[in-house]
Ligand binder design. Structure first.
Ligand code: NDP
Length: 487
């Protein structure tokens, strides 16, 4: 653990069962965002490393896809157990790499990574062929076979959590994988590769290539032998990936950005609505695609809600991610911090009033060089200004009143994103009625981030294409073949 904190551990690619440097030997610096300084290095890989990884994955495919399901499942379950065994070490690595509070990494990120492995390992044992009888005429059966080599590309906000969310279903269906974590947060993917080796995952089944999106990511997406791309990241990157993959007729799953509304009706359970809204606004520094960054409150409740929400936002402790009391850690990078601060400036230019926060914080002591921004609450903006239309992805929310259910629905849908919506009301009929009219892939009523891994996960509009989770993910990594037999 101390090596992760202080040492200059060099991260390696995981290709064909071995830990190797990039062929060109180049390295990138890995920054600890809470300190603002480099603490390790990672391979600056390129297309030739991706090609070697893809060849290894193709070679491993036959044996892995033909392995009895129970045997594959056993290996994936072993990996899950090893993640649990190394919970403290992995949580520390995630905290140092990403800037999130250690407490959060321990409670959410790492347990979810092992849950992903376990869930899809077991799903493989229940994933069955379908059969359709045409009475007196024919019987159809539909087999599902793994697509081949899958490409999995993940972002920096929930590093191991989202990395395993893609890799686990791919491996469970019998695909082999070439994967790339974000170059901003590569450490837990590196530690994960060591766990895969320890668990006895055969060489070439999973290959992890570190480096830049424009080099490694692009090479994965354009490689002719990588048949399916599962991507989570920004909408702009998603558009580039779609443009590259479409002419190659690759299967594509895109989980993209969000600008999620949080609708609060006057008849809500107030305490629950306020305390959960604090979480849904500022957890992980607001760097969760599901955070509710546009809070819309029924006018009669608006003054009371704003007072209480601002009071609690001000009370959140921003600081050293290793401190148990910290609720808001560092943003992932200096560039991202500048982007977030520039949106706060934009909000002011657009006529918004900052009720709390609005600035960078210099945390005294070892974190003085870190990238910290105060939880920020802005009012006085309409839903069509850039602040309310574009994803900020930081600890910044706007709050605005609405006068009717129709207006709340219109405001919620006023955006080009459609990932998730949270809805607070005690009126069951209204809850169903509003949920039905909201254009989001995920709706939470009187809760937030309550996840059942069997449910479809993903967004509408510019928040993505396709769904992950449960059978959706198992189907994504497989090809259907229907066989019709005349009776
Ligand atoms: P990016 O789109 O910048 O990057 C995501 C991944 O794609 C990174 O590994 C990146 O590498 C890589 N990449 C970049 N360019 C290319 C390319 N041309 N071809 C292939 N891969 C490429 O997103 P962020 O990492 O900044 O993550 C934040 C975004 O992710 C937010 O918009 C957030 O909403 C979204 N997100 C969506 C979720 C969802 O489920 N819908 C969940 C979590 C986050 P590199 O790091 O080197 O640039």
């Amino acid at each position: 653990m101390s090596q992760i904190l202080s040492g200059m551990e060099i991260i390696h690619n995981y290709i064909n069962g071995s830990l190797v440097a990039a062929k060109g030997g180049a390295l990138l610096q890995n920054i600890n965002p809470a300190l603002g300084s480099s603490y390790s290095q990672l391979p600056d890989s390129d297309a030739s490393d991706v090609h070697t990884a893809s060849e290894a994955a193709q070679q491993a495919f036959k044996a892995w896809s033909h392995m009895p399901t129970q045997k594959r499942t056993a290996i994936l379950l072993r990996i899950a157990d090893l993640i649990d065994r190394d919970l403290d070490k992995l949580a520390m690595a995630e905290c140092v790499d990403q800037g999130k509070p250690l407490k959060l990494a321990k409670a959410v990120d790492i347990p979810r990574a092992s849950a992903n492995m376990r869930f899809f390992a077991m799903a493989a044992e229940h994933f069955a062929s379908e059969s359709h009888l045409m009475e007196g005429e024919a019987i159809n059966y539909t087999t599902r076979t793994p697509v081949g080599v899958g490409g999995c590309i993940s972002p920096w906000n929930l590093p191991l959590y989202l990395f395993t969310w893609k890799i686990a279903p791919a491996l469970a269906t019998g695909c082999t994988v070439v994967a790339k974590p974000s170059e901003l947060t590569p450490m837990t993917a590196f530690l994960f590769s060591k766990l895969c080796m320890e668990a006895g995952l055969p060489a070439g089944v999973l290959n992890i290539v570190h480096g830049l999106g424009s080099q490694v990511g692009q090479a994965i997406v354009s490689h002719p032998d990588i048949k399916a791309i599962s991507f989570t990241g920004g909408t702009v990157t998603g558009r580039t990936i779609a443009a590259t993959a479409a002419p190659l007729f690759k299967k594509l799953s895109l989980e993209l950005g969000g600008k999620n509304p949080n609708l609060i009706f006057a008849d809500c359970d107030f305490e629950n609505a306020v305390s959960t809204s604090i979480h849904s606004s500022f957890s992980n520094q607001g760097e969760i695609c599901l955070c509710g960054s546009r809070i819309l409150v029924e006018r009669s409740l608006y003054p009371k809600f704003v007072d209480e929400f601002v009071k609690r936002a001000k009370a959140l402790k921003v600081g050293d991610p290793l401190d148990d009391q910290t609720r808001v850690g560092a943003l992932v990078s200096e560039a991202h911090m500048k982007k977030v601060l520039s949106y706060i400036d934009l909000a002011k230019q657009e006529g918004g009033t900052v009720l709390c926060g609005g600035d960078r914080i210099i945390v005294p002591g070892r974190c003085a060089g870190g990238f910290f921004v105060e939880p920020t609450v802005i009012v006085g903006l309409d839903q069509y200004c850039r602040t309310n239309q574009e994803e900020i992805f930081g600890p910044v929310v706007t709050v605005a009143p609405f006068d009717s259910e129709e207006e709340a629905i219109k405001d919620a849908n006023s955006n080009s994103y459609g990932l998730s919506t949270t809805l607070w009301t005690q009126n069951l009929t209204r809850a169903h009625r509003v949920a039905h009219q909201i254009k989001s892939g995920i709706i939470w009523i009187n809760c937030w981030l309550l996840r059942d891994l069997r449910t479809p996960f993903g967004g509408m509009k510019q928040s993505g294409v396709g769904r992950e989770g449960g059978w959706e993910a198992m189907r994504f990594f497989t090809e259907a073949k229907n066989v019709c037999i005349k009776l």
